[in-house]
Design a protein around this ligand. Structure first.
Ligand code: ZN
Length: 463
């Protein structure tokens, strides 16, 4: 938006005079720039409150005697009725024309309707900031943190409620998508509207534990003191080659070993605390929304968990399946640790076997683990693990095709959603709270925050 600079300058001059006056009156002599900034911010906040009030009171226009009601009946002008909202400037009380008296019993304030205002509630602007705090910080910390930015108090409960509301919207969007992608007619329609399918698309799935507070004594007894649940997380993404000049220190080393470095882009996360079959439906639905089923090459990079590969086989049987390189490599490290007590021998074995795995010679890796399995239980388990996942470990082939072989994207999602939010000190969750906060954070990580806020402002007004 463009503003009239002369007017702005005029207001600023007056503001400067006013703040100076206030400072003199307060008897402050040793002032620093920070004090002046704070005085200006405080007065700007007050101005914001008052300006918002004026704006809303002016926005009503001419008062009409009667207006049409949604039911087709007539609403009559009653009076100028006061309402309160919580905005980015703080609490604002304003008056607007109120109409009522229809046979249906409803009444309305056209100004509220026009601006999507819900009296007594948080505005869209404040919900954005409060929600951002809620997906990032423990609610208690968010309260202190927000205070420094907003210069007024928002309660812990408000932060929680607004964050969960955004999560609930994401949950609703997820459910609608799941519903639509189970519906034959919708799927058919989608086939007809097919745009260009992605050339190469990746999917990854993982899970991380979240502690849920038992709801009652019975649950407490059942779960012991703590009730851990799996938050299942998935991600759809594409790969792109990192240009030389943008490579990080770590990526430079990688480039020397592997030639190119690929990074993920257009990441879309989805998550839920739900059984695998329910999560599978979300996998399918979100997959359809990124055209995973039409991708020329679809690649799943995941750790070795059986439920994950079962879902991939069920919904995307044509996908290339790759076990995350780092998980596979880690198995070898642990075998070496248990099977060899002499460091030189351990190192020698590990170096050779890791190279075999890197070159996709999985049969040699299996044989080597079997050789060690008499003395090492881990080696026996590893032999089974590599046998079960043999075709998912043809790393030389995958690398020459230019595929990503690490599932770092979804692991980073787990870290950002679970470690960096759900497991923060001070965080206590009931099941719904954990799911909704995780979904809101996943939306933000996926660049869908603005569309969530948009969905929020489209919610029907409370009567
Ligand atoms: Zn009516």
């Amino acid at each position: 938006m463009k503003y009239n600079i002369e007017k702005i300058n005029g207001i600023a001059e007056k503001l400067a005079e006013m703040v100076e006056e206030a400072i003199v009156q307060a008897g402050r002599t040793e002032l620093q720039i920070g004090d002046v900034e704070m005085a200006l911010r405080e007065s700007l906040r007050e101005i914001g409150c008052e300006a918002l009030r004026c704006f809303l009171e002016n926005a009503g226009g001419e008062i009409e005697g009667e207006i049409e009601c949604e039911c087709g009946g007539e609403l009559k002008y009653q009076r100028q009725r006061a309402a309160t909202i919580w905005s980015v400037f703080g609490k604002v009380k304003y008056k607007r024309a109120y109409y009522a008296g229809c046979r249906c019993g409803h009444g309305k304030a056209p100004v509220d309707e026009r601006y999507g205002i819900k009296p007594g509630k948080v505005t869209a602007g404040l919900a954005n900031l409060v929600g951002l705090s809620g997906i990032d910080k423990a609610f208690e910390d968010g309260k202190k943190w927000l205070r420094s930015f907003l210069l007024f108090e928002v309660s812990e409960n408000t932060i929680r409620a607004e964050t969960e509301q955004l999560g609930a919207l994401q949950k609703k969007l997820d459910e609608e998508l799941v519903q639509a992608m189970q519906d034959e007619a919708q799927l058919q329609k989608r086939e007809c509207d097919q745009k260009q399918a992605p050339e190469r698309l990746y999917g990854s799935i993982d899970a991380a534990k979240v502690r849920i507070e038992p709801r009652d004594e019975q649950e407490k007894a059942l779960a012991g003191r703590e009730n851990w649940r799996d938050l299942k997380i998935g991600c759809w993404y594409q790969g792109e080659i990192v240009p030389d000049r943008e490579r990080s220190f770590r990526q430079k080393g990688k480039a020397q070993r592997e030639g190119t470095v690929i990074r993920a882009k257009n990441k879309e996360y989805f998550c839920d605390i739900a059984p695998a079959d329910k999560f599978g439906k979300l996998l399918w639905a979100t997959g359809c929304s990124v055209d995973a089923d039409h991708a020329r090459v679809l690649i799943f990079v995941c750790d070795g968990a059986v439920w994950i590969w079962n879902l991939v086989n069920q919904y995307f049987p044509h996908a290339v399946q790759i076990v995350d390189w780092y998980h596979a490599e880690d198995h070898l490290k642990r075998v070496a640790e248990e099977a060899y007590s002499i460091p030189e021998q351990r190192q020698a074995w590990l170096k050779e076997i890791t190279e075999d795995l890197w070159q996709g010679r999985v049969e040699l890796v299996i044989a080597a683990c079997q050789d060690l399995s008499k003395h090492s239980e881990l080696a026996r388990q590893a032999a089974t693990y590599f046998s079960n996942n043999c075709e998912r470990m043809r790393y030389a082939e995958f690398r020459s095709a230019g595929y990503l072989i690490g599932s770092g994207v979804v692991e980073s999602g787990c870290k950002q959603i679970v470690s960096q939010r759900l497991k923060l000190p001070g965080a206590q969750w009931n099941l719904d709270g954990a799911i909704l906060t995780a979904k809101a954070r996943a939306a933000w990580l996926s660049g869908k925050w603005q569309s969530l806020l948009h969905a929020r402002s489209l919610l029907p007004l409370a009567c």
